[in-house]
Design a protein around this ligand. Structure first.
Ligand code: COA
Length: 287
């Protein structure tokens, strides 16, 4: 079905402009009160909200995350999220293969750990030759291994390149404000979190990009559903895509949450389009 789409109206704009988005620690007492009144997700998965309730204010004050709350002027909390600097890295299949080879040579064989580094390297070369592992790959693996040994106990990891980004964390809404939200009178059938993302989250990324080299926003989608509802939502409503090109260092508690990314320049153009096509209805003229 074709849809007729039109620009956000001035009255819708002023409704959205009346909503406040600020750091939790800006008005700690009222913002924490608004956050504490969030109604939990009735279908489970309240990790993000619990995390914000337990750590949000301290994280925000200490700047380990910038924690934001979006609320009405009457202090009804609508959505919360936090942002932190992060980094993706360029994966290299050569690196992967070489590392695999290195692992096989060095770690599948109990003997090698008691050899000197020179002996390990010559042993590794022997194994690579026997297994017909490409010489360039073997050299790369050796270089990585030597670098790794040189760097403080593997603390420094060598990757082909790194890519700066902003990590979106604990994106969660208040499940108890559907009436308040409706009463604001936006009159569109779009999910609250989606609208607030494009209205408030994206401009923060755009302003960061103006002062620091930064070209991605990324997140770990906490989706345990079989049909990947949240992943589809992030993809369709917020334009994040599952990442295949870049790698990331991910905390263990996000183990099962796939990495999704979006360039900040894509976010900028999508945001413009989002508000240009904010209103939609089936096209009556369609034959
Ligand atoms: C994510 C969130 C802010 C989106 O809010 P919104 O834009 O108003 O949209 P909705 O709440 O309608 O959610 C969009 C879809 O994602 C689904 N969804 C939301 N959280 C989900 C989760 N953790 N796991 C699986 N599906 C989820 C919803 O059921 C809905 O599916 P539907 O369109 O089939 O009904 C909100 O759903 C939320 O707070 N979820 C719980 C917290 C959470 O899991 N956050 C994600 C952290 S990565």
């Amino acid at each position: 079905m074709n849809m007729r789409k039109w620009h956000i109206t001035d009255s819708q704009k002023s409704i959205l402009d009346s909503i406040i988005c600020e750091r939790l620690s800006t008005n700690p007492r009222s913002n924490v009160a608004a956050l504490s009144a969030f109604v939990k997700n009735p279908y489970g998965r309240n990790g993000p909200l619990s995390h914000l309730l337990d750590h949000g204010l301290i994280d925000d004050q200490s700047c380990s995350s910038a924690v934001y709350i979006i609320r009405t002027r009457r202090n009804e909390g609508l959505l919360a999220f936090s942002l932190k600097c992060g980094e993706l890295y360029v994966r290299d299949s050569r690196e992967f293969n070489a590392t695999q080879a290195l692992k096989k040579a060095f770690f599948d064989d109990g003997e090698v750990s008691c050899l000197s580094q020179e002996e390990q390297i010559s042993r590794f070369r022997e194994i690579c030759a026997k297994k017909s592992i490409d010489k360039n790959q073997a050299d790369l693996a050796i270089k990585m291994h030597v670098d790794l040994c040189k760097s403080e106990k593997g603390q420094v990891r060598h990757v082909p390149n790194t890519v700066p980004g902003i990590l979106l964390v604990d994106f969660c809404k208040n499940f108890g404000v559907s009436e308040t939200w409706r009463a604001l009178g936006l009159g569109v059938e779009r999910p609250m979190g989606e609208i607030l993302f494009w209205k408030f989250v994206v401009p923060i990324a755009l302003s960061v990009k103006k002062i620091i080299g930064c070209n991605y926003m990324f997140l770990y989608a906490a989706d345990l559903t079989q049909d990947e509802t949240l992943i589809n939502y992030y993809s369709e409503a917020l334009n994040f895509k599952r990442e295949t090109k870049y790698g990331v260092n991910k905390p263990v508690y996000d183990l099962l949450c796939p990495l999704m990314t979006q360039t900040i320049s894509d976010m900028e153009s999508r945001r413009t389009r989002y508000f240009q096509e904010f209103n939609m209805s089936p096209d009556d003229d369609e034959e």
